[in-house]
Design a protein around this ligand. Structure first.
Ligand code: GRG
Length: 291
């Protein structure tokens, strides 16, 4: 069954959507005992592992703003598949070279590098296949395009390529921000926009939600960089080291910027009505989280 990460202070409606999403992912992932069972175990290990599932939740909350009749769950699950794929690839020895993730062995440590790579590619196929079969042709093709652009060389792949070129010394927020935008904010933007598209948002509403996703995603990654920099400093002071990892020179500056981005994300929700309150709470959670 699915792992849930329930950080302190997570509002009940977020927890509820995390649970729905976890159940959908459990149904979507091929069973462990179906061949090739090593690849299926590897897929399930990361897709159903302990996660906040914040991106898929964002898709569900964005769709909730509208009175559309289409179910946003397949789009949200596809976004989570892309996220899981990116985590597996990110940890590989040729990338961040990380041996642990979410408090346990990284996927390639648990299953070997070849299986981890196959699982990561299979997760992308799962994402595309799922949206292609869940929606009518026109929405499915728009969502496939959205995912392809988000993953591509101007999205996650481009962000990761830039991340690998980052200097090993601590950097200013202005240096890390363009990398963080592609590496992380692009998928948050796609998650929010996918919800708008499934919900049946108009062009201006969709634009507002895309902006919300972009800003909240960048804030999320900056907070992540601060958490990582803090834990790397603790690790180094006790003689450890965690592979390639960009770190932040001025943690206060990064937190100020994250808070500013979260506020401006909330401003992009102006005009979207009462139900946008949940997205405001999500933005608040993103900057206050400690893990
Ligand atoms: C082809 C999909 C694909 C990617 C290739 C490897 C890569 C390019 C990109 C890596 C992008 C990446 C892993 C960015 C880090 C984003 C990040 C902050 C991850 C942690 O997110 P959480 O905290 O994770 O939401 P949980 O564990 O809660 O699911």
């Amino acid at each position: 069954m699915c792992g849930l990460l329930e950080p302190a202070g997570l509002p009940a409606f977020l927890l509820q959507r995390q649970r729905w999403l976890a159940a959908e992912l459990d149904r979507l992932a091929p069973p462990d005992d179906r061949p090739p069972s090593d690849v299926h175990r590897s897929i399930r290990y990361t897709l159903l592992g302990p996660s906040k599932r914040v991106r898929g939740t964002l898709t569900l909350l964005a769709a909730d703003l509208f009175d559309g009749t289409r179910d946003a769950m397949p789009a949200a699950a596809a976004i989570e598949c892309v996220h899981a794929s990116s985590l597996i690839l990110d940890d590989l020895p040729s990338m961040d070279d990380t041996t642990s993730r979410r408090g346990r062995a990284a996927n390639h440590i648990q299953f070997g590098e070849a299986t981890a790579i196959l699982a990561a590619v299979a997760l992308l196929n799962l994402a595309f296949g799922h949206v292609a079969s869940a929606y009518d042709a026109s929405l499915a093709s728009a969502l496939v395009r959205l995912l392809a652009d988000a993953i591509g060389s101007e999205g996650l792949i481009g962000g990761q390529a830039a991340d690998l070129q980052m200097p090993s010394h601590p950097v200013r927020v202005s240096e890390i921000e363009p990398v963080d935008r592609r590496k992380t904010a692009v998928l948050f933007r796609a998650a929010s926009l996918a919800g708008a598209m499934v919900g049946g948002a108009g062009e201006r509403e969709a634009q507002r939600l895309a902006e919300f996703g972009d800003r909240v995603g960048l804030a999320f990654q900056l907070v992540d960089d601060v958490i990582d920099t803090n834990s790397e400093m603790t690790r180094q002071s006790s003689g450890g080291h965690r592979g390639h990892l960009a770190s932040i020179a001025d943690l206060d500056e990064a937190m100020r910027r994250a808070e500013e981005l979260a506020q401006s994300a909330v401003q992009s929700l102006n005009g979207l009505g009462e139900r946008a309150g949940r997205l405001r709470e999500l933005a608040d959670f993103v900057v206050k989280r400690k893990e």
